[in-house]
Each structure stands twice: as C-alpha cells, then as structure tokens.
Design a protein around this ligand. Sequence first.
Ligand code: SF4
Ligand code: SF4
Ligand code: SF4
Length: 328
Amino acid sequence: MVDKELLVKTAKKIVSREDVKYVVGYKQGTYGFVISPSFAYTPEDVDNFIYNPLCKKNLTVYPILEEKLPLRREEEEDKRKIGIVVKGCDSRALVQIIQEKGLTREDLVIIGIPCKGVIDLKKIEKRFPNQTEAVNVVETDNAEYILNISGAVQHIPKEELLSEVCKSCEYPNPTIYDFLIGEKIEVGEVPEYSGLKNLDETPLEDRWAYWEKHFQNCIRCYACREACPLCYCKTCMADMLEPQWIRRSVNLSENTAWNIMRAFHLAGRCISCGECESVCPVNIPLMELNKKLEKDVKEMFKYNAGLDTKEKTLFGTFNPDDPEEFIM
Ligand code: SF4
Ligand code: SF4
Ligand code: SF4
C-alpha cells in the first residue's frame, strides 16, 4: 500500500515552493469507482490527496494540454513548475514528451509511485453495476482487493479486476522522478499482452472482419485522443479542413482511417497506459492495435518509448540499416 502520509508530506513540500504553480494528484471522486484529479495550489489543498488501485487515470495529460493553451491578450506565461504524481507508465509519457520537446525536465517536479497495477474501471463497474456512492478500495499483500460497498465488505482476487495492460507491464517503476514514494518493485518475466493473439494468429480475412466489426461502432467522440498524453498536436489531422485528411462523417471507411491513423501516429511513442481503451464508450480494443505496433517497433528497431530523456525519439533517428520491408 502506498504511504499516504509520505505522499501528502512530499506534495505539501513541493507546493510550498515559490517556483511551483500547483501539484496534480488524485482525490476521491464523488461517484462510484471514479477517482478525480486534484489540483493543489496550497499545502492545505494537498490534504485530500489519495492513492489506491483505482487511480488509473494518467495525469500527464494536464501539464501537456492545460499548460499549452493559448494565452489571453496581455496575459504572461506562468513559467513556474508543475508538480505531478506518476506511476510507471505515466512517467514514461513524461519522458517521451520531454524527448519530443513538448515539455522540459525543468518544467516538472515529479512524485513517482512504484505501481502494483490498477483496476480496470469497466471490469469493476460490470461487477458492481449502478454503484453511485463513492467507494474506496485497498489492496492486500495476498493479491486481493478489499472494497467496502454500502457497509458490505467484499474481497475480490486481484486478477479478476486488474487492467489487462498491467498484467503485461514491463515498467511499473517510474523511469523519471524527483521523489519516490515506496520501494521499487522487482520486475520478473512479463507475459505478452493477452490481446496480441488476436492480431498475430488470426488469418487476414478474419482479422479484417474483427476490426470492421469494431470500427463500425466508433462514434468519433475522440475521447481516446483527449485521454492520451501523447496525442497533443496543436491541430489534430482529424480536425483539419484544409486539407481535409479524414472526413467527419461517421462510417466504416472514415472510422477506419481515424483509428489506423491514430495507432500509427502513436507507434514508437505509446507508453501503454491503456487510457484510450479505458475511455472508449463503445469498447473498441484499442490496446490490441497499440500493443501490436509496440511489439513490431521493438522487434524491428529495438526501441521502447519513454525510458530515457537523453535518447532520441524513434522517428528522430535514421539508421541506413533500419529494416524497410514494409516500404512498398
Ligand atoms: S501499466 Fe504498469 S505502471 Fe501503468 S498502471 Fe499498469 S502496472 Fe502500473
Ligand atoms: S474513444 Fe472509441 S468511439 Fe471515441 S473516437 Fe476513440 S475509438 Fe472512436
Ligand atoms: S495510445 Fe493509449 S495507451 Fe498509448 S499512450 Fe495514448 S492513451 Fe496511453
């Protein structure tokens, strides 16, 4: 269990600094299993910070999206640092963004949490439907989650609620941080992402039928894009009218173009937090696409995203020996 006292003490220390604007962490939500982001501008604000297995949201979208908004007329840029709480995958997003020069290391004060995995909101909501009252969850040392739902204590095996991405997580420890809350986790052999079988072992025609079925359902809400810390282009290709790369009509052809384009734009950049899939209202298995591209990038270019701020990005390098059998 994460030491809440140490987390709060550390965040208070950070937010008290003159060169820090705010610290973003997690607080109890007001509805069911949803945990909310919490923006602390004063040490008192930090008192509501929590950390538990429901803290799935990747908070790194805030420094990259909120802080890049256009300034109002005569408004001066606030150059103070942002404090942020990150798990392993979230920290990789920060590394990747720094590599891409979206943020600098000096913009951030990072509180890292070695992560034992988080709960899949869709799984827990399916198990306990119509839960409106806010619920707290704790993880025991016996790989169990304990939930107190309206006075009834429930013990659920961790395996049943754990997010699928966490089952194949190679980097539970933050790859960048200023303060670490808790001991680093030892990482053993990690199983391959379960959904990869669908892409690797299914014949081509069945594969197409599978994706057609899913892309048909996409409503182009762009929740996947908004939740993704690496989807931070000032103007997304999907929104451009001149030239118009993708039409706004919701149909199989345009939906396919959108989803394939997004997956390829994230190739070698996606850090496998699974946020896009979590927020998709029509349950498109987006992580199967992301994980397939992650695997191909690893095999072809020996590249893992978000590990070292000093390393160049995958597309920031060219090696004459790079494999190119995919070029027609
Ligand atoms: S992917 Fe890894 S770091 Fe991210 S939430 Fe899951 S276990 Fe934690
Ligand atoms: S979140 Fe799902 S439905 Fe919405 S645009 Fe993304 S893939 Fe389509
Ligand atoms: S594409 Fe999905 S899994 Fe990858 S970084 Fe973005 S939100 Fe996370």
